[in-house]
Design a protein around this ligand. Structure first.
Ligand SMILES: *Cc1c(COP(=O)(O)O)cnc(C)c1O
Length: 230
């Protein structure tokens, strides 16, 4: 068996086990295979094995893959979204995990309207206030909520986080728990259901599932070490 396929099976098994440990149903957790920087030849067998949710972080790089891979693939955008890429990203990606400011959300709502589509979105939260990362602070999230919920072209699914780098998954657990608690407060304040928690990557997806993740974004545990940036 192809290496990525064996790894995919192993990741699925670990997701199942983490769901079992935390009394959750496997269907509650979506596996997003992060294919960024891997070529189509590497990704295609994984898609053929039924892995239809793929994550990419750069619009230009993804455009070729969208073209080359089956139209049944559900594309998720997970990278920093520049304003000049919004139109193209909205067309190719039904779901966007990295909406990191009210300004971006406002612009996306307008462009989605022009394109006649509705975009599924997660709001990225910068939990530790890291300077080099984008994302809403808790305060910004709370103060922007009403406006964002009013956007007709954005279907708000939930919150997303990329926690600070840690030495062990257990260190990251507290950030995942905090995102879930923040989500609960956002639901209360907004009077809305926000079921989605996009959290957990190769190093910590099991802990994320134990803390309530609904989407794990897993790259290297499936595809191996990523080729360096072109
Ligand atoms: C690259 C990336 C991932 C996948 O990371 P791995 O550690 O390879 O699983 C997940 N989420 C985001 C936002 C990424 O940029």
């Amino acid at each position: 068996m192809n290496e990525a396929l064996a790894a995919l099976e192993s990741v699925r098994g670990r997701i199942r086990a983490a769901c079992g440990r935390s009394g959750r149903d496997e269907s509650e957790v979506c596996l997003l295979a992060v294919s960024k920087r891997f070529p189509v030849e590497v990704i295609e067998p994984v898609v053929r094995a039924g892995q239809m949710d793929l994550g990419e972080s750069r619009q230009q790089e993804a455009a070729e893959k969208v073209e080359a891979l089956p139209s049944q693939v559900r594309w998720h955008f997970i990278g920093k979204l520049q304003r000049n890429k919004v139109r193209k990203v909205l067309k190719d990606f039904p779901t966007i995990h990295s909406v990191d400011s009210l300004k971006l959300a406002t612009y996306m709502d307008r462009v989605a309207g022009e394109l006649g589509l509705v975009s599924n979105v997660y709001l990225e939260v910068n939990q530790a206030g890291e300077e080099r990362k984008g994302g809403f602070s808790e305060e910004q999230l709370m103060s922007s909520l009403e406006e964002i919920l009013g956007f007709k072209r954005l279907n708000l699914l939930g919150l997303m986080t990329i926690p600070p780098v840690a030495d062990s998954p257990e260190e990251t657990r507290a950030w995942f728990r905090k995102l879930r608690e923040l989500r609960d407060r956002v639901e209360c304040k907004g009077g809305c259901a926000l079921p989605g928690l996009s959290m957990g990557m190769s190093n910590d997806f099991e802990v994320a599932i134990e803390e309530g993740s609904t989407v794990v974004r897993v790259g290297s545990a499936i595809f191996g070490a990523r080729p360096l940036k072109p």
